[in-house]
Write a protein that binds this ligand. Structure first.
Ligand code: GLU
Length: 289
């Protein structure tokens, strides 16, 4: 099996040191394994994605000395692919339409009998207001669609499992078997108006189509991995090996954000730093020399 990995930034702001670490780690791991490193542009959210940020992604990664096969896969060009995957889940009665606003969900989830709203990897756990008693049939509507988690889990022939070669935020590693997803994740949104598909659905399709064998990314996405593994099972996609890495934090222990321009790669570059400096600051050079 050839090692194939990817770096999938969203062009919604400047790449910072955390992105540099993630991209270099994936790139260098692929290189040491004689594998391939792909760049993918997660530009599904067209309201926030900007061509200028995309251009800067190419510039920053080139400057860091990374290379990847062209053309790169861009999510905004793949809406029909995501629609097909949604259709497949819809045909199996696993999706339902839901027009609840965030405010509706917050209100229903914090109703007195419900207590404080519980958060999962996809935000507040959906209280089930629109969940139908029987599977929805007929034409798939062009509306926000949620996965009926309980129904979806009931279709599985074997327990979900994946291999973690890095670690989750609480040290989770090795063979991971997600549990209690109805209570801790709930009915996640898989199609959003204006975006076609949700992040969870789109990256699962992309990883499968690019035959990604190793997903290397930050620990902030560890909790979402169980959703991805479930979708891979429902869509008959293989499950890659996952490697979640620790996040680069600022001196106050806060993880870096896109708006944290002070840590932008472009800023370091403008200030005269070299790619080797970035590798030293992020700790990549300790791992790969
Ligand atoms: N586009 C996602 C992000 O920037 C990464 C998705 C992934 O690596 O699975 O957080």
């Amino acid at each position: 099996m050839t090692f194939r990995t990817r770096f999938a930034p969203s062009p919604t702001g400047p790449l910072h040191l955390g992105h540099a670490y993630s991209a270099c780690l994936a790139h260098d791991m692929a290189q040491t394994q004689d594998g391939q490193f792909f760049l993918r542009i997660d530009d599904l959210d067209q309201s926030r994605s900007k061509p200028d940020w995309e251009t800067q992604i190419y510039e920053d990664l080139n400057w860091l000395g990374l290379s990847w096969p062209n053309p790169v896969l861009r999510q905004s060009k793949r809406l029909p692919r995501y629609r097909d995957a949604l259709q497949c889940l819809w045909n199996r009665g696993l999706l339902y339409s839901c027009n609840c606003s965030r405010a509706d969900i917050r209100a229903a989830a914090s109703a007195p009998q419900e207590g404080a709203p519980l958060h999962g990897p996809d935000g507040i756990i959906y209280p089930g207001t629109c969940r139908p008693e029987f599977p929805m049939t007929g034409l798939m509507p062009d509306l926000p669609l949620r996965l009926d988690m309980k129904r979806a889990l009931a279709t599985l022939k074997a327990p979900l499992t994946f291999t973690e070669t890095g670690s989750g935020p609480n040290g989770e590693a090795g063979q991971i078997t997600p549990q209690n997803m109805v209570e801790t994740v709930g009915d996640v949104t898989l199609a959003r108006p204006g975006m076609g598909a949700s992040y969870h659905l789109s990256i699962v399709c992309d990883d499968a189509d690019q035959e990604i064998t190793h997903v290397i990314r930050g620990q902030d996405l560890f909790e979402a991995t169980q959703i991805h593994v479930l979708l891979q099972n429902l869509l008959s996609f293989p499950t890659p090996i996952y490697h979640h890495h620790t996040l680069i934090r600022d001196e106050n222990g806060k993880r870096l954000a896109k708006r944290d321009d002070a840590r932008a790669i472009a800023k370091y570059r403008a200030d005269g730093a070299t790619p080797a400096d970035i590798r030293t600051i992020t700790g990549i050079s300790r791992l790969f020399g």
